[in-house]
Design a protein around this ligand. Structure first.
Ligand code: FE2
Ligand code: FE2
Length: 375
């Protein structure tokens, strides 16, 4: 089980045989799937959604069929129902890296043969479609939209935004500022102007029912590390001025460091400025959730009631998007894998990065990814 919200769970698998896979719960009609054969380089990974489940309940799923070659029972649970009326659903995607061809430190994980549409475009397109189907009224893309800020990569991003069934807002990541001198590249600000994109520079504040979205540019030029120096006062003010009863959802590219010792590459916002910033956000009294990307990993922690998360990339394992359900008294985060077969087979293939450890480093636990925060 990869994801749970208050009414559904996402089940994922790999290395099953071609054939039938039947999933049944006590709460709804059984689901019957036919699994195709995978290839050597892209194994038969897949995902499906079981919907219409009761909120806040233990769920037992009976799985059987020729694809499994037997019967298994999975036990899981749905999130509690968000308190009060549901007011807004928004989604995020992060670390699209449009223009990338390879994954891994040594760039050895590639698509072979090279497909007509590269995996960053396939994965982000499918993520946007899935998030809109889930019910997101808009989507925020949390940086590393492009792999190097090249003109053709920005054009791809603009086409993605243009084709989206719901509005897409953006904020820049470090990769969006790393185009090399002499190459055809654009800063996020120039790309926004050229293609008519909405990109935070340094802040974009959007009020929606029950939630204030605060999009923050946390980049420090082309450097890997993040910085809040240019925007911190404005972020605190935006959070402080959030309408009473609403939650502030602060979205940025870089991760806020929970510990003084970094959890390896890449570098986000150091522990010292992170704590100082979270103290100021906590002092506003506004319920606040801060979410970054950049690490392509999933983490969750809390500082003085401010919830902090990291959500992974659309394009490498596990390959995700995140949905936020805002109600009168709570906000939930649900992170689902991009389930399109030609995406999840690729993202599953990338588990082998970091000498095979990426499969353990990136996903976090389901409670890291999916939770309800109330106030
Ligand atoms: Fe990234
Ligand atoms: Fe990044």
């Amino acid at each position: 089980m990869f994801a749970a919200d208050h009414c559904s769970v996402q089940i994922v698998w790999r290395h099953l045989a071609p054939g039938e896979l039947n999933l049944a719960t006590s709460s709804g009609p059984p689901l019957s799937l036919h699994l195709e054969e995978g290839t050597h380089s892209e194994p038969s990974a897949g995902a499906t959604l079981i919907d219409g489940l009761p909120p806040g309940s233990p769920i037992e799923i009976r799985v059987e069929g020729s694809a499994l070659g037997g019967e298994r029972r999975l036990t899981t649970a749905t999130l509690p129902q968000p308190p009060g009326e549901i007011l807004t659903r928004v989604a995020t995607i992060s670390d699209l890296h449009l223009g990338a061809r390879a994954f891994g430190r040594r760039k050895t994980i590639i698509e072979d043969p090279e497909p007509d549409v590269a995996h960053p475009i396939r994965c982000s397109t499918a993520a946007i479609r899935a998030a809109a189907t889930w019910g997101a009224s808009e989507i925020v893309a949390k940086g590393d939209l492009t792999n190097n800020g090249h003109l053709d990569q920005w054009r791809s991003y603009a086409e993605l935004v243009e084709a989206s069934p719901v509005p897409v807002m953006s904020l820049p990541g470090n990769h969006d500022r790393t185009w090399k001198r002499g190459s055809a590249g654009l800063s996020p600000e120039d790309a926004a102007q050229l293609f008519g994109l909405q990109i935070a520079s340094p802040l974009l504040v959007l009020d929606r029912p029950g939630v204030r979205l605060v999009l923050v540019d946390s980049t420090s030029g082309p450097h890997n590390r993040g910085s809040l120096v240019a925007s911190e006062d404005d972020v605190v003010q935006a959070v402080a001025e959030t309408e009473a009863g609403s939650v502030a959802l602060v979205l940025m590219h870089h991760q806020l460091h929970q510990h003084p010792v970094h959890e390896g590459w890449p570098v986000g916002v150091h522990r010292g400025p992170t704590v100082a910033h979270l103290d100021r956000l906590a002092s506003t009294g506004t319920p606040t959730l801060v979410s970054g990307g950049h690490t392509h990993r999933h983490r969750r922690w809390t500082h003085r009631g401010v919830v902090v998360t990291q959500v992974g990339s659309t394009k490498d394992y596990p390959g995700v998007w995140a949905g936020y359900t805002v109600s009168e008294g709570g906000i939930s985060q649900v992170v689902r894998r991009v389930a399109e077969p030609d995406c999840i087979r690729w993202t599953d293939h990338t588990r082998r990065a970091v000498w095979g450890a990426w499969r353990w480093i990136s996903p976090g636990t389901v409670r890291t990814r999916c939770f309800l925060h109330t106030w």
